[in-house]
Ligand binder design. Structure first.
Ligand SMILES: *[C@@H]1O[C@H](CO)[C@@H](O)[C@H](O)[C@H]1NC(C)=O
Ligand SMILES: *[C@@H]1O[C@H](CO)[C@@H](O)[C@H](O)[C@H]1NC(C)=O
Ligand SMILES: *[C@@H]1O[C@H](CO)[C@@H](O)[C@H](O)[C@H]1NC(C)=O
Ligand SMILES: *[C@@H]1O[C@H](CO)[C@@H](O)[C@H](O)[C@H]1NC(C)=O
Ligand SMILES: *[C@@H]1O[C@H](CO)[C@@H](O)[C@H](O)[C@H]1NC(C)=O
Ligand SMILES: *[C@@H]1O[C@H](CO)[C@@H](O)[C@H](O)[C@H]1NC(C)=O
Ligand SMILES: *[C@@H]1O[C@H](CO)[C@@H](O)[C@H](O)[C@H]1NC(C)=O
Length: 279
């Protein structure tokens, strides 16, 4: 009876010890960015992965889309995967290069000696950045009257960006962002802005900068030259009216001078006549 209880408690202790000792892995990057490297770290704690007596270190990573051996301490056959070990800790990392959505949602296993842990790789959407794969600015601005209509489409972006418009390097307003199409990890969006030329000016640098968490991406950058030429009635009349005024004034002056000369000569003649009569 006593022996059975002893064996039971020993078993419980063993199981608990094993649970505490169990290894696990986690994503090291605070922000996961598509196209960059992502690092998974196997937390080994105090476990010696080099099982006593074996010449080969038993640290390995397995997983991914085809669930295959990715790398060992000896290296990897696929340059996408790299084993990263340290001499200060038994923990070891897997570096996944050019990370993409096809690396997500698959199981990854880290092994150290007899210890194994398999977990699905998932990343919260708010910790994931996807820079737009395509920024379409073709025929992106149309001038109509005293406004410029700008529309830029961004493909496969995450999160849905917040975009601001800058004119001559000064923030003027937020741009409109509308979702066009949603995917599992990213969205196609349309960034649009109506720029009133009369309010801010008609020439200078105009930019739209979109923020993706802690990153900024310039999606539109043009030096606009949209000042109206002399085509508006207002602009056309000023020189015309001026020219007419000058012309009329000139005629008025000439007429006045001629008239004045004429009167003078007449007066002179009168005086001469008077003198003649007197003499
Ligand atoms: C693997 O590690 C996770 C914690 O990251 C844990 O929840 C899970 O139970 C472990 N799996 C095994 C089989 O030990
Ligand atoms: C992962 O393993 C380490 C080392 O064994 C341990 O300290 C940590 O609590 C474990 N984390 C989880 C979530 O199980
Ligand atoms: C593992 O341990 C053995 C025996 O101590 C040693 O010869 C070998 O170099 C170690 N391997 C590694 C990768 O540390
Ligand atoms: C770890 O390795 C580096 C280079 O290989 C060496 O300079 C360093 O002293 C080592 N640290 C320990 C604690 O062994
Ligand atoms: C983007 O938005 C602008 C302005 O709202 C609109 O004119 C344009 O058609 C939109 N483009 C697409 C592809 O939906
Ligand atoms: C954003 O869209 C709304 C509604 O379509 C429109 O009223 C507003 O003028 C737009 N803002 C800019 C800056 O284009
Ligand atoms: C991103 O742009 C915003 C607004 O223009 C600015 O306040 C912020 O400092 C920029 N951040 C980075 C990392 O450049």
């Amino acid at each position: 009876m006593n022996t059975k209880r002893f064996v039971d408690s020993l078993l419980v202790l063993l199981i608990m010890g094993r649970t505490v000792m169990t290894i696990n892995w986690s994503v090291v990057n605070n922000l996961v960015i598509f196209g960059r490297d992502v690092i998974l770290r196997c937390h080994v704690g105090n476990i010696d992965c080099n099982v006593s007596g074996t010449a080969h270190d038993t640290r390995t990573w397995t997983g991914g889309q085809h669930y295959k051996l990715l790398c060992t301490t000896e290296g990897s056959t696929d340059p996408k995967y790299k084993m990263m070990t340290r001499n200060t800790s038994h923990d070891f990392d897997l570096s996944i290069g050019n990370f993409s959505e096809s690396d997500l949602d698959y199981e990854y296993t880290c092994q150290c000696g007899h210890e194994v842990n398999t977990t699905k790789l998932s990343v919260e959407q708010n910790k994931l950045i996807s820079f737009p794969t395509e920024i379409n600015t073709d025929s992106s601005y149309i001038a109509s009257g005293d406004q410029l209509h700008i529309a830029v489409s961004l493909e496969k972006v995450n999160p849905v960006p917040i975009c601001t418009t800058l004119f001559k390097d000064k923030v003027i307003a937020e741009a409109n962002v509308t979702k066009l199409k949603s995917y599992r990890y990213f969205t196609d969006v349309n960034v649009s802005f109506t720029f009133p030329l009369q309010e801010f000016g008609c020439s200078g640098s105009l930019q739209i900068v979109c923020s993706l968490l802690s990153y900024n991406v310039t999606v539109f950058n043009e030096n606009i030259q949209s000042c109206p030429e002399y085509d508006s009635p207002f602009h056309l009349h000023i020189p015309l009216v001026t020219a007419c005024s000058v012309f009329l004034l000139a005629i008025f002056c000439i007429v006045y001078i001629i008239k004045r000369r004429h009167t003078c000569r007449n007066q002179h003649f009168d005086i001469l006549q008077q003198q003649h009569e007197e003499g």
